[in-house]
Design a protein around this ligand. Sequence first.
Ligand code: ATP
Ligand code: MG
Length: 489
Amino acid sequence: MSIQNGEWVIISRVNLKDKLTFFKSLRFRIMVILVLIGIFPCIIATNVVVRGYENRAVSLRIMNVRNQCEILCNSLVTEDYLGNTFSDVLNSELSLLSNIYNGRILIIDSDFKVVKDTYDLDVGKTSVSKEVISCYEDKKGQTQYDDRNEYIEMTFPIDDRDTGEIDGVMLVSVSTHEIQQNVMILEDQGILVIVIVSLLVLILGYFLAGILVKPFLRVTHAIEDVTDGYEDQAISVPDYTETKQITDAFNKMLTRVQTLDNSRQEFVSNVSHELKTPLTSMKVLADSLNGQDNVPIEIYKDFMQDITMEIDRENKIITDLLSMVRMNKESQTLNFENVDIGAMLERIIKQLKPVAAKRSIELILENTKPVMAEVDEIKLSLAFTNLIENGIKYNIEGGWVRVSLTSDRKYFYVSVADCGIGIAEDQQEHIFERFYRVDKSHSTEVEGTGLGLSITRSAIVLHRGAIKVNSKEKEGTTFQVRIPLSRQI
Ligand SMILES: Nc1ncnc2c1ncn2[C@@H]1O[C@H](COP(=O)(O)OP(=O)(O)OP(=O)(O)O)[C@@H](O)[C@H]1O
Ligand SMILES: [Mg+2]
């Protein structure tokens, strides 16, 4: 039971999440926009119609009442009603008028005393209202519409024909209750129209939005298919410019991932091959020693020397691989310090002098002025050692390697030039690849793993620097390096 409860809770959570996802979806947003677009004109139209009707009905009512009241007022003056309020004809006309418009008429004399009230409530009482006073002052009638209390109030002056003075005021209140009722009916009808339009737009919007977002769902499915491994080709959903942009960007990313995967596979197979070669040689050497009886000690020594060389080679490959991995991994942990670059190059050259001397190669260092820079000395030493070492390795007997150092305000520049065998034009773009060696048959004479320049470039790039190569076969090679004087990371 408790497990069932637990499951139910999980299911309900999933449902809630699904619902929230729907409210965040493009489909829902399109629906909301369509409903708003549909509703707003309806609200405006309803308002215009209702207010238009109200204004028109009220001004018509005012016009009618005023006309009749003015006629009645004339009769009141002619008949001297204020002097004799018992005129049956005028009283019945006043009653008739107030009945027709569901209103009330008060006649107030110059002492603000009510002389006639069609409701017969206030006769004889004093009525001092703002409207009556201003009618006396302005000598003309006034009209006021109170829509909240649903009535129109009007005043008409009753003047003395001979003197022109105002003897009294007729105060008329007319109900507009029936107009307000019509307004309410119209408003109700307007709301009904708005609700119906909203529902129709909502249903229509649901299907329309579904059609509009379909290409995006197709993009999602296509990407899912690629991710699940059903497709390994580029996807294409050209329905909209946006879907095309998304799929193009995805295809670019896919190509990049595939390239990375290929290079990883290639790297693994290269590493295995490179590590296996010295082992194979050692096994061949050891087997041939084991297969022979009474081998002379000289041959033993000779074979053991070869085995030691192979062990050294294996060791160098592993050391290079470790430096390369460290270079990629420790990109954030460069150990910056202020280094005298000229002195650093001098130390490297001193270390390599014995190697160069073996082939009578001259090592020259040209630095015009001292250069101090903020760099990781160990990593940069590794890079320049490889460049100078290459200059020696791929050189001719009695050749030279020239290292020069210059700087400007932002960078220092190191160039390593040699008069060696050079690199063919079509090979130059590959020499920075891992394990790449120009002309494998020639390379067997010169030892190396093909990792040196890859490590060199990584070290330079980590310093936000750049490296380029200029070379001509049989004439020589120049590597030019540019590195910022101060740290850029
Ligand atoms: N100065 C140069 N002159 C001619 N060829 C060069 C020069 N520098 C590099 N190369 C070519 O580029 C290849 C790659 O150089 P890289 O330094 O990466 O590897 P390597 O010297 O063969 O081995 P490692 O440096 O790992 O011992 C070399 O095998 C060589 O063919
Ligand atoms: Mg090298």
